[in-house]
Design a protein around this ligand. Structure first.
Ligand code: LLP
Length: 444
């Protein structure tokens, strides 16, 4: 986080709060969100679009990265909109906006995504009046039907297409190549645009494409601008649709370790803006409202996870394992994508790194390793180990595997910490459980 420093006790301090004090108060594992880092990333996106893009722009937060009231609240307060992909994300975002008293004016900044939205999700979206990013034929036809059933006069939609752009990232998080489950196949786009132009209830505002996540190259996003503007040209001139919005998705990578070298937010925005402006000039089109929907690059570096160090296993000449009190349930990324993280010991910030150890979680699974070969000071039980850059796709992908309660989260700013997610309790774990009556009676 931007506000991280080492204080006079040689402890890690974030947002003016000593991490060891936070841990004493809130326990571990603990997600610690630095409000300033999050706000700064929002501003970098916003300001960069203002500097490089001559038309209107809107940054929307891909809330799948971390959807909760407080994170949505900070992002809304920075003027960003939201990408939601389920009724749960929509409900979370709306509740945050309602509690802040800005729901009404924010509705046109909410975009509903998803490759298999249910009828009830679509009805929810229609009742709210947010924009819907349509992914496939079934959804188009369902919307037309539901819209007329509900007496909606006009449904604001964008069409998502597969741009056919390859990029080098983990295969699980690539979405732009043709063999992807997301969006309309480009070969179908002519049929789709014909259909849409014949349905008066569909108000097709724009086009969307997303090529993948944790991307370091610039070329794919540069190409994407051109692809989308070509479709915009066709949609306007051949199908008479009044396309005014182009959404280039998210995907900018972040620096998890020293060897990661992503472009800055400013460089990314510049690339996207110039490619869209350039393509518009070539095609003699007015500049569309340009939308970007970053998730990871807004929230990832704004959060760290603090754990308490527990047991140690030394296997001579092979490896030393240090176990912490969380693991794949609060951070499933290493086991899912072989992601690499950096770590420090919050209460030993000025001690030299004395050993190379593997940081293991506490789950009953050998693959539950958070970091392989981390270099840290000699770690003792009770030390506070902090894993950096855990804001994106950690809490949002957290589980209760092994019936571990999900961690608490705090947001820190200028020396003040606020609890934003209560730590789950054992009672929470049983909240949805029911034992059938006949089993209760069996031994009575
Ligand atoms: N827009 C769409 C349509 C997306 O599918 C995604 C991410 C984003 C925007 C935001 O992408 P970002 O800026 O965060 O890269 N769980 C994986 C990442 C999955 C990304 C899914 N879609 C991970 O932990 O790496």
């Amino acid at each position: 986080p931007l506000s991280a420093r080492v204080n006079s006790k040689n402890h890690l301090e974030i947002g003016g709060c000593d991490v060891t004090t936070l841990v004493a108060q809130y326990g571990t594992p603990l997600y610690i969100v630095d409000e300033m880092t999050l706000r700064t990333a929002c501003r970098q996106y916003r300001d960069s679009f203002k500097s490089y893009y001559s038309g209107e722009s809107q940054v929307i937060y891909a809330s799948k990265a971390w959807s909760c009231l407080a994170v949505c609240g900070v992002i809304a307060s920075e003027g960003l909109g939201f990408d939601v992909v389920s009724s749960g994300e929509l409900y979370t975002t709306l509740t945050a906006l309602e509690q802040m008293g800005i729901a009404e004016q924010s509705l046109n900044k909410i975009y509903f995504h998803g490759n298999n939205k249910s009828e009830s999700e679509l009805k929810y979206a229609l009742s709210i009046g947010c924009k819907i990013i349509v992914d496939n034929w079934l959804e188009l036809e369902t919307l037309v039907k539901l819209g007329s059933d509900l007496g909606v006069s006009s449904i604001p939609i964008l069409l998502r297409l597969t741009p056919g752009i390859e990029c080098h990232t983990h295969e699980y998080i690539r979405t732009g190549h043709l063999d992807s489950k997301f969006g309309f196949d480009p070969n179908q786009m002519d049929a789709v645009l014909t259909y849409v132009s014949q349905q008066p209830i569909l108000n097709c505002l724009g086009l969307h494409a997303h090529i993948g996540s944790q991307i370091f190259e610039r070329q794919p996003h540069q190409d994407l601008g051109g692809v989308l503007i070509e479709w915009m040209q066709k949609a306007i001139h051949k199908y008479n649709l009044s396309i005014t919005e182009i959404n280039v998705g998210g995907g900018l990578g972040i620096r998890y370790t020293e060897s990661d070298d992503p472009p800055s937010i400013e460089e990314w925005v510049k690339t996207v803006s110039l490619s869209v402006m350039n393509a518009c000039q070539i095609n003699n089109l007015p500049l569309p409202k340009l939308i970007a929907e970053p998730g990871r690059s807004l929230i990832a570096t704004a959060c760290v996870t603090a754990y308490t160090v527990g047991s140690r296993k030394e296997i001579p000449n092979i490896r030393t394992y240090i176990a912490v009190d969380g693991g794949m349930s609060d951070n499933p990324r290493p086991i899912t994508y072989q992601s690499v993280y950096r770590t420090v010991i919050a209460n030993k910030m000025s001690t030299f790194c004395q050993e190379t150890v593997t940081i293991a979680g506490k789950h009953c699974e050998s693959g539950d390793i958070l970091i392989k070969d981390a270099q840290i000071p000699l770690a003792r039980p009770g030390d506070i180990l902090v894993v950096m850059a855990t804001g994106a796709y950690n809490y949002s992908m957290a589980s209760n595997y092994n019936r571990l309660p999900r961690p608490a989260a705090v947001i820190v700013s200028e020396g003040e910490a606020n609890l934003i997610l209560h730590r789950e309790t054992n009672e929470d774990l049983l909240r949805q459980d029911r034992l059938p009556e006949r089993l209760k009676q069996e031994f009575r």
